[in-house]
Design a protein around this ligand. Structure first.
Ligand SMILES: [Zn+2]
Ligand SMILES: [Zn+2]
Length: 405
């Protein structure tokens, strides 16, 4: 089991603790709808491995075979420390490109769509980062860092980044000069014009101070979270594709060939001049900013949470269950199906397609429950039934409301 999978129970427990702490202090930073959306995207990003191999793997192997440097020994502590620091420098470059080059932003944007800032935001991860993200780590293989060392320091880097996604920790004195902290990472997630494209470090904020991308959090300018062109949807598919789609539309619509070819490499805020004249993008902190916040019934919230639990159970089963070995791609598809349906549920959607989706979900689960052992079926079935029951509860409460009005 990988380090990240092992850390998941700790992540989920910390989310619960942060939520309870916030409620106790009278400063709840969670909305169920937003947290469900973030955690669904996190689960799907983990399951992504079921459907595609890392594109970079063969390039890494090739680089390791042609390098004039000898492979590092994984024995010495210094080698680990150096690999950890170098990984963070590569992460800085990758992350900076992820914000300043449209093709890379299209993948990384998923992490920034939440308009809340809490520990669930940390788990909101891209599923298309594997396409190009590996490019930035190739130097490490060239200088001889062994693959196992690379995987371990990469996982540690990601795990470190979890705790900084909170509003409950203020500035931390000297720590702010060396490490990525809740305060300087809040700035990174803010859509205020002053805070855009700042603080890219993963573990060390030193890189930002060195390369001129540091910005301190200012008491006079509270962070407003989210992206400058909000997606206003909980759908994982919309989260994944919207920047790619805008990019292709810009390329299709412009009549200038040089600008067309430049689009993927441009800054995310840039558009071809003729397209920008016709439909300009919004820039920075237009205020007042209203969060995307469809109000949904308690029945839908309970069902949404149950559906998220189902997605999580499916992910765990696909990783652990012998019975599902070889069927991982189907599990990924099922998780996506549930995720899309759940997003519609939490946006107050009413459609025939949605009912069809719920029907397919129940059939798929019945098949799965038949395949699995009895104890697992006993976990899945109640969750599925809670997930569907919103239709009954909600209709009933509407009828009551209709009868009393
Ligand atoms: Zn970022
Ligand atoms: Zn973040």
């Amino acid at each position: 089991m990988g380090l990240i999978a092992a850390a998941v129970p700790f992540f989920l427990l910390s989310i619960l603790v942060e939520w309870l702490w916030g409620r106790w202090r009278g400063r709840d930073t969670y909305r169920l709808t937003d947290a469900v959306s973030s955690l669904t995207l996190g689960g799907l990003s983990q399951a992504r491995r079921f459907v595609a191999l890392g594109v970079g793997g063969s390039v890494y192997a090739w680089l390791a075979s042609i390098t004039p440097f000898t492979t590092w020994s994984a024995e010495g502590g210094w080698a680990w420390l150096l690999a950890f620091v170098l990984y963070d420098l590569c992460y800085y470059c990758s992350h900076r490109a992820g914000h300043e080059i449209k093709l890379f932003w299209a993948a990384h944007v998923v992490h920034h769509q939440s308009e809340d800032y809490n520990l669930s935001t940390a788990l909101r991860q891209t599923s298309s980062g594997f396409l190009f993200g590996w490019i930035f780590y190739t130097p490490m293989f060239f200088i001889g860092v062994p693959a196992e060392m690379m995987v371990t320091v990469g996982a540690l880097n990601l795990i470190y980044q979890f705790w900084v996604h909170t509003e409950h920790v203020g500035e931390l004195g000297w720590f702010e000069y060396v490490f990525v902290s809740p305060s300087n990472h809040r700035v990174h997630h803010a859509r205020n014009a002053r805070y855009l494209d700042r603080n890219y470090g993963g573990v060390f904020i030193v890189w930002d101070r060195l390369f001129g991308s540091y910005q301190r959090e200012l008491a006079s300018e509270p962070c407003v979270y989210g992206i400058t062109k909000p997606i206003r949807s909980w759908s994982p598919v919309e989260s994944w594709v919207h920047v790619y789609r805008d990019m292709f539309n810009d390329m299709r619509q412009t009549s200038n060939w040089a600008e067309r070819l430049w689009v993927p490499f441009s800054h995310p805020g840039w558009q071809p001049s003729d397209v920008a004249a016709a439909r300009p993008l919004s820039e920075g902190d237009e205020l007042p900013f209203e969060k995307y916040d469809p109000q949904v019934s308690v029945a839908r919230k309970v069902s949404g949470a149950a559906n998220l639990a189902l997605i999580t159970v499916l992910l765990i089963l696909a990783q652990r269950s012998e019975i599902l070995r070889g069927y991982e791609a189907y599990v990924w598809a099922l998780m996506l199906w549930f995720g899309v349906g759940n997003a519609a549920l939490l946006s107050n959607a009413e459609s025939r397609l949605f009912r069809f989706q719920e029907g397919v979900k129940l059939i798929a689960l019945a098949v799965l429950a038949g395949l699995l052992s009895l104890p697992l079926a006993l976990v899945i079935t109640p969750l599925a039934l809670i997930g569907v029951s919103w239709q009954l509860f909600e209709r009933e409460s509407k009828e009551v409301a209709g009868a009393t009005s």
